[in-house]
Design a protein around this ligand. Sequence first.
Ligand code: ADP
Ligand code: MG
Length: 270
Amino acid sequence: MKGREAVEKVLQVEGLSKNFGGVRAVDNLSFDVERGQICAIIGPNGSGKTTCINMITGVLEPTSGRVMFMDHDITPLSRPEISKLGITRTFQNLRLWNTLPVLDHVLASRCCRTEANFFSSVLGGKAAIEEERKNREFARELLNLVGLADMEDVLAPSLPYGQRRLLEIARALACEPVLLLLDEPAAGMSSAEIDDLIELIFKIRDRGISVVVIEHRMKLVMQASDKIVVLNYGQKIAEGTAEEIRCNEQVIEAYLGTAYSKEISEVCQQ
Ligand code: ADP
Ligand code: MG
Protein backbone atom coordinates (compact mmCIF):
# COMPACT_ATOMS: atom_id res chain seq x y z
CA MET A 1 0.00 0.00 0.00
CA LYS A 2 1.46 3.33 -1.03
CA GLY A 3 1.46 6.30 1.34
CA ARG A 4 -0.97 9.14 0.71
CA GLU A 5 1.89 11.52 -0.07
CA ALA A 6 3.25 9.27 -2.86
CA VAL A 7 -0.11 8.71 -4.56
CA GLU A 8 -1.12 12.37 -4.64
CA LYS A 9 1.96 13.50 -6.54
CA VAL A 10 1.19 13.04 -10.21
CA LEU A 11 4.45 14.51 -11.52
CA GLN A 12 7.85 14.80 -9.88
CA VAL A 13 10.59 16.57 -11.83
CA GLU A 14 13.88 15.77 -10.12
CA GLY A 15 17.10 17.66 -10.89
CA LEU A 16 16.32 17.88 -14.60
CA SER A 17 18.94 19.46 -16.89
CA LYS A 18 19.33 19.84 -20.65
CA ASN A 19 22.40 21.06 -22.48
CA PHE A 20 22.33 22.12 -26.14
CA GLY A 21 26.02 22.33 -26.97
CA GLY A 22 27.30 25.03 -24.63
CA VAL A 23 23.81 26.26 -23.68
CA ARG A 24 22.33 24.93 -20.45
CA ALA A 25 18.67 25.35 -21.39
CA VAL A 26 17.34 23.74 -18.18
CA ASP A 27 19.54 23.64 -15.09
CA ASN A 28 18.88 21.23 -12.22
CA LEU A 29 15.13 21.86 -12.15
CA SER A 30 12.90 20.21 -9.55
CA PHE A 31 9.19 20.64 -8.88
CA ASP A 32 6.08 18.53 -8.18
CA VAL A 33 2.52 18.61 -9.45
CA GLU A 34 -0.24 17.14 -7.31
CA ARG A 35 -3.43 15.49 -8.51
CA GLY A 36 -5.95 18.11 -9.62
CA GLN A 37 -3.41 20.93 -9.28
CA ILE A 38 -2.98 23.73 -11.82
CA CYS A 39 0.71 24.62 -12.01
CA ALA A 40 2.00 27.50 -14.12
CA ILE A 41 5.56 27.68 -15.42
CA ILE A 42 6.58 31.23 -16.24
CA GLY A 43 9.80 33.00 -17.20
CA PRO A 44 11.19 35.26 -19.93
CA ASN A 45 11.67 33.93 -23.47
CA GLY A 46 14.51 31.43 -23.67
CA SER A 47 14.31 30.54 -19.96
CA GLY A 48 13.77 26.83 -20.67
CA LYS A 49 10.00 26.38 -20.32
CA THR A 50 9.37 24.54 -23.59
CA THR A 51 12.53 22.45 -23.16
CA CYS A 52 11.20 21.36 -19.77
CA ILE A 53 7.87 20.22 -21.30
CA ASN A 54 9.74 18.52 -24.13
CA MET A 55 11.68 16.45 -21.60
CA ILE A 56 8.59 15.53 -19.59
CA THR A 57 6.80 14.32 -22.74
CA GLY A 58 9.74 12.35 -24.19
CA VAL A 59 10.38 14.72 -27.11
CA LEU A 60 13.87 15.46 -25.73
CA GLU A 61 16.16 13.24 -23.69
CA PRO A 62 17.38 14.97 -20.51
CA THR A 63 21.13 15.46 -20.06
CA SER A 64 20.59 14.51 -16.41
CA GLY A 65 17.81 14.18 -13.88
CA ARG A 66 14.62 12.19 -13.69
CA VAL A 67 10.90 12.54 -14.42
CA MET A 68 8.54 10.52 -12.20
CA PHE A 69 4.89 10.13 -13.23
CA MET A 70 2.52 8.46 -10.74
CA ASP A 71 5.54 6.90 -9.05
CA HIS A 72 7.01 5.47 -12.29
CA ASP A 73 10.31 6.67 -13.70
CA ILE A 74 9.29 7.71 -17.22
CA THR A 75 12.64 9.30 -18.15
CA PRO A 76 13.67 6.45 -20.48
CA LEU A 77 10.25 6.08 -22.15
CA SER A 78 9.34 7.14 -25.69
CA ARG A 79 6.80 9.80 -26.57
CA PRO A 80 3.99 7.32 -27.46
CA GLU A 81 4.64 5.32 -24.28
CA ILE A 82 4.40 8.47 -22.15
CA SER A 83 1.24 9.57 -23.95
CA LYS A 84 -0.34 6.15 -23.36
CA LEU A 85 0.48 6.38 -19.64
CA GLY A 86 -1.51 9.63 -19.46
CA ILE A 87 0.56 12.74 -20.23
CA THR A 88 -0.50 14.81 -23.24
CA ARG A 89 0.40 18.31 -24.37
CA THR A 90 -0.38 21.09 -26.77
CA PHE A 91 2.33 22.85 -28.75
CA GLN A 92 3.41 26.49 -28.73
CA ASN A 93 3.10 26.47 -32.52
CA LEU A 94 -0.22 25.04 -33.66
CA ARG A 95 -0.13 21.72 -35.50
CA LEU A 96 -3.33 21.33 -37.50
CA TRP A 97 -4.07 19.63 -40.82
CA ASN A 98 -5.38 21.94 -43.55
CA THR A 99 -7.92 19.58 -45.08
CA LEU A 100 -9.52 18.01 -42.00
CA PRO A 101 -12.72 19.23 -40.33
CA VAL A 102 -12.68 20.03 -36.61
CA LEU A 103 -14.37 16.77 -35.47
CA ASP A 104 -11.92 14.63 -37.45
CA HIS A 105 -9.00 16.36 -35.76
CA VAL A 106 -10.27 15.22 -32.39
CA LEU A 107 -11.07 11.70 -33.71
CA ALA A 108 -7.56 11.36 -35.14
CA SER A 109 -6.14 12.06 -31.67
CA ARG A 110 -8.15 9.15 -30.23
CA CYS A 111 -5.71 6.66 -31.77
CA CYS A 112 -3.74 6.43 -28.51
CA ARG A 113 -6.86 5.05 -26.79
CA THR A 114 -8.37 3.00 -29.63
CA GLU A 115 -8.58 -0.78 -29.31
CA ALA A 116 -9.74 -1.81 -32.81
CA ASN A 117 -6.85 -2.77 -35.08
CA PHE A 118 -6.48 -2.12 -38.80
CA PHE A 119 -8.17 -5.39 -39.90
CA SER A 120 -11.18 -5.05 -37.62
CA SER A 121 -11.66 -1.51 -38.94
CA VAL A 122 -11.45 -2.63 -42.58
CA LEU A 123 -13.76 -5.58 -42.08
CA GLY A 124 -16.18 -3.34 -40.24
CA GLY A 125 -16.67 -5.76 -37.35
CA LYS A 126 -19.30 -4.99 -34.72
CA ALA A 127 -16.66 -4.06 -32.14
CA ALA A 128 -15.03 -1.58 -34.54
CA ILE A 129 -18.35 0.05 -35.41
CA GLU A 130 -19.24 0.36 -31.74
CA GLU A 131 -15.84 1.82 -30.94
CA GLU A 132 -16.19 4.35 -33.78
CA ARG A 133 -19.58 5.42 -32.39
CA LYS A 134 -18.18 5.85 -28.89
CA ASN A 135 -15.20 7.81 -30.21
CA ARG A 136 -17.50 10.22 -32.06
CA GLU A 137 -19.63 10.68 -28.97
CA PHE A 138 -16.56 11.42 -26.84
CA ALA A 139 -15.08 13.77 -29.48
CA ARG A 140 -18.36 15.72 -29.54
CA GLU A 141 -18.38 15.89 -25.73
CA LEU A 142 -14.88 17.40 -25.84
CA LEU A 143 -15.81 19.93 -28.54
CA ASN A 144 -18.73 20.91 -26.34
CA LEU A 145 -16.40 21.28 -23.35
CA VAL A 146 -14.01 23.64 -25.17
CA GLY A 147 -16.88 25.62 -26.76
CA LEU A 148 -16.57 24.37 -30.34
CA ALA A 149 -19.75 22.24 -30.49
CA ASP A 150 -21.12 24.17 -33.48
CA MET A 151 -17.88 23.96 -35.44
CA GLU A 152 -17.46 20.21 -35.97
CA ASP A 153 -17.75 20.37 -39.78
CA VAL A 154 -15.61 23.48 -40.23
CA LEU A 155 -12.15 23.01 -41.75
CA ALA A 156 -9.66 23.67 -38.94
CA PRO A 157 -7.68 26.42 -40.73
CA SER A 158 -10.88 28.48 -41.18
CA LEU A 159 -11.24 28.82 -37.40
CA PRO A 160 -10.09 32.09 -35.83
CA TYR A 161 -6.76 31.75 -34.05
CA GLY A 162 -8.18 31.57 -30.50
CA GLN A 163 -10.54 28.75 -31.49
CA ARG A 164 -7.71 26.82 -33.13
CA ARG A 165 -5.95 26.85 -29.77
CA LEU A 166 -9.13 25.44 -28.15
CA LEU A 167 -9.20 22.69 -30.78
CA GLU A 168 -5.62 21.80 -29.82
CA ILE A 169 -6.80 21.40 -26.22
CA ALA A 170 -9.73 19.18 -27.28
CA ARG A 171 -7.28 17.03 -29.24
CA ALA A 172 -4.98 16.66 -26.24
CA LEU A 173 -7.98 15.71 -24.05
CA ALA A 174 -8.98 13.01 -26.56
CA CYS A 175 -6.08 10.93 -25.22
CA GLU A 176 -7.74 10.99 -21.76
CA PRO A 177 -4.71 12.38 -19.94
CA VAL A 178 -4.06 12.35 -16.20
CA LEU A 179 -1.72 15.31 -16.76
CA LEU A 180 -2.24 17.94 -19.47
CA LEU A 181 0.60 20.28 -20.47
CA LEU A 182 -0.35 23.50 -22.25
CA ASP A 183 2.38 25.53 -23.97
CA GLU A 184 1.27 29.18 -24.20
CA PRO A 185 -2.46 28.46 -24.74
CA ALA A 186 -3.42 32.16 -24.39
CA ALA A 187 -1.00 33.42 -27.04
CA GLY A 188 -2.87 35.69 -29.45
CA MET A 189 -6.09 35.62 -27.39
CA SER A 190 -8.15 38.66 -26.43
CA SER A 191 -8.84 39.43 -22.77
CA ALA A 192 -12.39 37.98 -23.10
CA GLU A 193 -11.02 34.82 -24.71
CA ILE A 194 -8.56 34.47 -21.82
CA ASP A 195 -11.48 34.63 -19.36
CA ASP A 196 -13.12 31.72 -21.21
CA LEU A 197 -9.81 29.83 -21.27
CA ILE A 198 -9.47 30.21 -17.48
CA GLU A 199 -12.98 28.75 -17.08
CA LEU A 200 -12.03 25.89 -19.40
CA ILE A 201 -8.87 25.12 -17.42
CA PHE A 202 -10.98 24.95 -14.24
CA LYS A 203 -13.43 22.57 -15.96
CA ILE A 204 -10.54 20.37 -17.07
CA ARG A 205 -9.21 20.32 -13.50
CA ASP A 206 -12.70 19.43 -12.26
CA ARG A 207 -12.52 16.30 -14.44
CA GLY A 208 -9.61 15.22 -12.19
CA ILE A 209 -6.88 16.20 -14.64
CA SER A 210 -3.74 17.97 -13.40
CA VAL A 211 -2.66 20.88 -15.60
CA VAL A 212 0.78 22.39 -16.22
CA VAL A 213 0.50 25.62 -18.16
CA ILE A 214 3.35 27.63 -19.64
CA GLU A 215 2.11 31.16 -20.08
CA HIS A 216 3.18 34.79 -20.36
CA ARG A 217 -0.26 36.31 -19.98
CA MET A 218 -0.29 37.24 -16.30
CA LYS A 219 -4.07 37.41 -16.07
CA LEU A 220 -4.28 33.68 -16.72
CA VAL A 221 -1.25 32.83 -14.59
CA MET A 222 -2.44 34.77 -11.56
CA GLN A 223 -6.12 33.77 -11.73
CA ALA A 224 -5.86 30.11 -12.72
CA SER A 225 -2.83 28.63 -11.01
CA ASP A 226 -2.60 26.98 -7.61
CA LYS A 227 1.16 27.15 -7.89
CA ILE A 228 3.69 29.04 -10.04
CA VAL A 229 7.22 27.92 -10.91
CA VAL A 230 9.44 30.73 -12.24
CA LEU A 231 12.41 30.00 -14.52
CA ASN A 232 15.25 32.27 -15.57
CA TYR A 233 18.20 31.06 -17.64
CA GLY A 234 17.02 27.48 -17.07
CA GLN A 235 17.03 27.73 -13.29
CA LYS A 236 14.09 27.86 -10.89
CA ILE A 237 14.27 31.28 -9.23
CA ALA A 238 10.96 31.14 -7.35
CA GLU A 239 8.03 28.83 -6.59
CA GLY A 240 4.80 29.58 -4.77
CA THR A 241 1.22 30.78 -4.97
CA ALA A 242 0.19 33.78 -7.08
CA GLU A 243 0.29 35.92 -3.93
CA GLU A 244 3.82 34.78 -3.14
CA ILE A 245 5.11 35.27 -6.69
CA ARG A 246 3.27 38.52 -7.43
CA CYS A 247 5.85 40.87 -5.97
CA ASN A 248 8.89 38.64 -5.71
CA GLU A 249 11.87 40.91 -6.42
CA GLN A 250 13.80 38.27 -8.37
CA VAL A 251 10.81 37.62 -10.62
CA ILE A 252 10.31 41.30 -11.39
CA GLU A 253 14.02 41.64 -12.10
CA ALA A 254 14.01 38.63 -14.45
CA TYR A 255 11.26 40.23 -16.51
CA LEU A 256 12.78 43.74 -16.59
CA GLY A 257 13.33 44.93 -20.13
CA THR A 258 11.24 42.12 -21.65
CA ALA A 259 7.92 42.50 -23.48
CA TYR A 260 6.12 41.40 -20.30
CA SER A 261 7.74 43.70 -17.73
CA LYS A 262 4.78 46.09 -17.90
CA GLU A 263 2.31 43.25 -17.39
CA ILE A 264 4.25 42.02 -14.32
CA SER A 265 4.39 45.48 -12.75
CA GLU A 266 0.64 45.96 -13.35
CA VAL A 267 -0.07 42.67 -11.60
CA CYS A 268 2.05 43.85 -8.63
CA GLN A 269 0.06 47.04 -8.31
CA GLN A 270 -3.32 45.23 -8.09
P1 ADP B 1 11.25 29.14 -23.52
O1 ADP B 1 10.23 28.13 -23.90
O2 ADP B 1 11.28 29.47 -22.06
O3 ADP B 1 11.14 30.39 -24.36
P2 ADP B 1 13.16 27.25 -24.63
O4 ADP B 1 13.01 26.05 -23.78
O5 ADP B 1 12.51 27.22 -25.97
O6 ADP B 1 12.71 28.55 -23.81
O7 ADP B 1 14.71 27.55 -24.86
C1 ADP B 1 15.67 27.59 -23.80
C2 ADP B 1 17.06 27.78 -24.39
O8 ADP B 1 17.45 26.63 -25.11
C3 ADP B 1 17.18 28.94 -25.37
O9 ADP B 1 18.44 29.53 -25.21
C4 ADP B 1 17.05 28.27 -26.71
O10 ADP B 1 17.71 29.01 -27.71
C5 ADP B 1 17.74 26.93 -26.46
N1 ADP B 1 17.18 25.84 -27.28
C6 ADP B 1 15.91 25.36 -27.23
N2 ADP B 1 15.74 24.33 -28.07
C7 ADP B 1 16.94 24.15 -28.68
C8 ADP B 1 17.44 23.22 -29.66
N3 ADP B 1 16.64 22.27 -30.17
N4 ADP B 1 18.73 23.32 -30.03
C9 ADP B 1 19.54 24.26 -29.49
N5 ADP B 1 19.14 25.16 -28.56
C10 ADP B 1 17.87 25.11 -28.17
MG1 MG C 1 8.62 28.23 -25.28
